[in-house]
Design a protein around this ligand. Structure first.
Ligand SMILES: NC(=O)c1ccc[n+]([C@@H]2O[C@H](COP(=O)([O-])OP(=O)(O)OC[C@H]3O[C@@H](n4cnc5c(N)ncnc54)[C@H](OP(=O)(O)O)[C@@H]3O)[C@@H](O)[C@H]2O)c1
Length: 253
């Protein structure tokens, strides 16, 4: 139980990577705030955690809403008595070049990936800094470090998360709060399944994802949860401002 006494907010924990992080942190004793919009999926994640003896609650939040995020941070601290770990994981990919993306689509990708990370940090960092303890884990992407075809807004938004992580680390590491970032490569989640299904040739799309890697397989959400656990563990006190690729070697290729 290496996260005993910790309370974690995990955005986008109703699905995929966020759900795996919520389950993994709970296995290590953290109390978990499962944050997302879909109540049914959120409550299912909470039930699964509780059935294994963990403690979790669902918080219905649109992470692009200033008001929702502020209320959520206040409610989590009231509900669990403290807050020590933030995982900014909620995200959205909309395909398109700068020519064919509409301003609304562009804005939506930025609000969901980047503004949400700012908002959750804006409302929770004062608390973490005051208690001089905390770990913030921002989920970027392989797309935050490389250019990908038809992913203009997503690449730009995920690169912004890398930059924001470094800036937050510079601002707050001296206050005892560590801020780190994970850049996952393709991970088998509903998000990726949607991308594959929407492609004109789904088999080819999957093959393309695979060919980018050194490993003969794609990632699973648990691979990213294990990396997030490393950043969350208080004993890893010397790690801050780090950008960790968990991508089957794609960046090295
Ligand atoms: N899968 C990959 O290959 C991959 C690779 C690199 C990076 N990533 C990043 O990893 C993160 C998780 O991706 P995933 O693959 O696990 O995706 P997913 O299965 O589609 O899950 C996305 C999560 O984000 C939440 N979300 C989206 N918009 C939201 C909003 N406005 N307010 C609150 N919650 C919102 C969704 O919750 P609700 O539906 O309940 O609102 C859902 O829980 C994302 O940031 C993604 O960009 C994924």
């Amino acid at each position: 139980m290496r996260l005993h006494g910790e309370v974690a907010v995990i955005t986008g924990a109703t699905s995929g990577i966020g759900e795996a992080i919520a389950r993994r942190f709970s296995e290590e004793g953290a109390k978990v705030a499962v944050v997302g919009r879909n109540k049914e999926r959120g409550e299912a994640v909470v039930s699964a955690i509780k059935s294994r003896g963990g403690t979790a609650s669902f918080f219905s939040v649109d992470v692009t809403s200033d008001k929702d995020v502020k209320n959520m941070v206040d409610s989590v601290i009231r509900h669990f008595g403290t807050l020590t770990i933030i995982v900014n994981n909620a995200g959205l990919v909309v395909p398109g070049t700068v020519i064919d993306m509409t301003p609304d689509q562009w804005e939506n990708v930025f609000r969901t990936n980047v503004t949400s990370t700012y908002l959750v940090s804006h409302y929770s960092m004062p608390y973490l800094v005051k208690q001089r303890k905390g770990s913030v884990i921002n989920i970027s992407s392989e797309a935050g470090l490389k250019g990908f075809k038809d992913r203009s807004a997503y690449c730009a938004a995920k690169a912004a998360i890398v930059g924001l992580t470094k800036a937050m680390a510079v601002d707050h590491s001296g206050s005892g709060v560590r801020i780190n970032c994970i850049c996952p490569g393709t991970v088998e989640t509903p998000m990726v399944q949607r991308v594959i299904d929407c492609h004109a040739n789904p088999v080819l799309m999957r093959e393309e994802f695979l060919l980018r890697r050194l490993t003969p397989y794609l990632g699973v959400p648990e691979d990213i949860a294990e990396a997030a656990l490393y950043f969350a563990l208080p004993e890893n006190r010397y790690t801050t401002g780090a950008i960790l690729s968990v991508d089957g070697g794609a960046l090295a290729k």
